[in-house]
Design a protein around this ligand. Structure first.
Ligand code: NAD
Length: 498
């Protein structure tokens, strides 16, 4: 058989047809008799299958994680040693880079080069960042208070249910497992049903790196599997990445049992282009930041706010930039943008494009299903002008390659438009004057921001304001979200041996 990314994926550990569930680090027969079939969104080829975990399988996984946590098999491992194991996973991913990118590419259709830059690089980066954070962390401190000395310790929150989206599965899986495990938690991972093989693969690397028996399980499945995990009384915390609608339901369900919960949700970020921008130097990055991953990115800068006086010039440069971004199969080394994840998602995006046109916006670049790529759910980029911020295409997360250009007359108006969103995940400003950019960053209600570019930095807190979520991932703050604080009052007059 000719080696394609799909056939490579089928041959890698955890990929192909995997009839068992990874429970506590051991491949175990599932209770469920259903399977999840994975097909490439780019070629339609079958990539593999895994068991579709049911509520009984979730029960088994949680009981295993609970037993390991309560026995202290992982919490008793010193933080520096846990950090070494987490960092070792980053090394394993880099050593097996071709295999990893082929697997992720097969599952989600993205070109391997895009998987490498948008997922492997930040995924391994975040693992190393959590390792560094765990090594440097003040796990124990003493504080003098009203009644003498208190010993303050940070303890792992317990059993974590980690529920993931499909759009950057390698990055999200590394992020959730890396933080929770560096903190000392046991984890039950629920990958998205579209990308379960990546979840299995990365979890298995943690086992190989040295995470002990019982600590990691994977329960592939859809909404019901996730709901069983969220409702489970033995789960202490849910970490969720996905849509705002599901995040609200999960937050409400967690509130029932006062389960800890952090939510990384959707976005509708604005790129504010100032009148002093060097557009020739910045057009590609500005446009790419809205279209990368075929627009299937929570931080995509999909509202582009441009000064009316320079609108034609800026839009012209954006159109030229978008045309250079090649849409293609994973096997095409020149491809930068892959397909949408499903036919349903492609139709949803096309529905938004229709709604933009009906609302009076003009598609100056009109996305289409490209010739010669009928095997997958491909759609070329769309750029709308004449958009007003009250239009559906400017308010709702489309999760496809669609940019809305909104003209403004003065900077205060641009700031108001950027903030006129139920979301608050990311944003950018484009200017020749960095100080002006920093000033604007202070006025935008988002958890992250970039000046003349944007990236998710593994060492810096990442998360959303407003409907974009609760809590922070990455760096020390990401580690802390899996820790409880404990204050132990020492007897009056007792001097601790520090
Ligand atoms: P989704 O909300 O449909 O599903 C996400 C995950 O949650 C899946 O594993 C799904 O099976 C599970 N799920 C859905 N409903 C659930 C429920 N009620 N209870 C328990 N589990 C449930 O999202 P999606 O389509 O997979 O991902 C796209 C969304 O993710 C976009 O909105 C995107 O912005 C967001 N996202 C956010 C970030 C971030 O860091 N802020 C990163 C990536 C993606």
């Amino acid at each position: 058989m000719t080696e394609t990314v799909e056939s490579r994926a089928a041959s890698v550990a955890g990929g192909g047809d995997q009839p068992k569930l990874l429970i506590g680090g051991t491949w175990t027969d599932p209770h469920s008799t259903e399977t999840l079939e994975v097909f490439s969104p780019a070629t339609g080829e079958r990539v593999g299958s895994v068991p579709h975990a049911d509520a009984t399988d979730v029960d088994t996984a949680v009981a295993t994680a609970r037993a390991a946590f309560d026995a202290g098999v992982w919490t008793s491992v010193p933080p520096a040693q846990r950090a070494d194991i987490v960092a070792r996973v980053a090394d394993l991913i880099d050593e097996r880079s071709d295999e990893v990118t082929a697997l992720v590419s097969a599952e989600m259709g993205a070109p391997p080069s895009a998987v490498s830059t948008l997922q492997q690089l930040p995924g391994t980066g975040v693992l190393r960042a959590y390792a560094n954070a765990a090594r440097d962390y003040a796990w124990e401190e003493y504080r003098t208070g009203l009644f003498g000395t208190t010993r303050i310790t940070r303890e792992a929150v317990g059993v974590v249910g980690a529920i993931c989206a499909w759009n950057v599965p390698l990055f999200i899986t590394c992020n959730k497992l890396g933080a929770a495990l560096a903190a000392g938690c046991s984890v039950v991972l629920k990958p998205a049903p579209e990308t379960p093989l990546t979840g299995n693969y990365i979890a298995q690397l943690f086992i190989e790196a040295g995470v002990p028996e019982g600590v990691i399980s994977v329960v592939p499945g859809g909404t019901e599997t996730g709901q069983a995990l969220v409702a489970h009384p033995e789960v202490d915390k849910i970490t969720f990445t996905g849509s705002t609608a599901a995040g609200k339901a999960i937050g409400a369900a967690c509130a029932e049992s006062l389960k800890r919960c952090s939510l990384e949700l959707g976005g509708k970020s604005a790129a504010i282009v100032l009148d002093d921008v060097d557009i020739a130097a910045n057009a590609f990055m500005l446009t790419f930041l809205g279209l990368f991953n075929t627009g299937q990115a929570c931080v995509a800068q999909t509202r582009v706010l441009v000064p009316r006086s320079r609108q034609d010039e800026i839009v012209g440069a954006m159109i030229e930039a978008a045309k250079t971004m090649k849409v293609g199969l994973p096997s095409n080394p020149e491809a930068q943008l892959g397909p949408l994840i499903t036919e349903k998602q492609r139709q949803r995006v096309e529905g938004y494009i229709e709604s933009g046109k009906k609302a009076g916006a003009t598609a100056v670049l009109d996305g289409e299903r490209p010739d010669g790529l009928d095997s997958g759910y491909f759609l070329t980029p769309t750029i709308f002008t004449g958009v007003t911020n009250d239009m559906t295409i400017a308010q709702e997360e489309i999760f496809g390659p669609v940019l809305s250009v909104i003209a403004y007359d003065d900077v205060d108006e641009a700031i108001a438009i950027a903030n006129d969103s139920s979301y608050g995940l990311a944003g950018t400003v484009w200017t020749s004057d960095v100080e002006r950019g920093i000033e604007i960053s202070t006025k935008i209600r988002t958890g992250t921001f970039g000046i003349n570019w944007y990236a998710i930095d593994p060492e810096s807190p990442f998360g959303g304001y407003k409907n974009s979520g609760i809590g922070r991932e990455n760096g020390r703050e990401g580690l802390e979200s899996f820790l409880e604080h404990k204050s132990t009052m020492l007897p009056m007059g007792y001097e601790p041996q520090q």
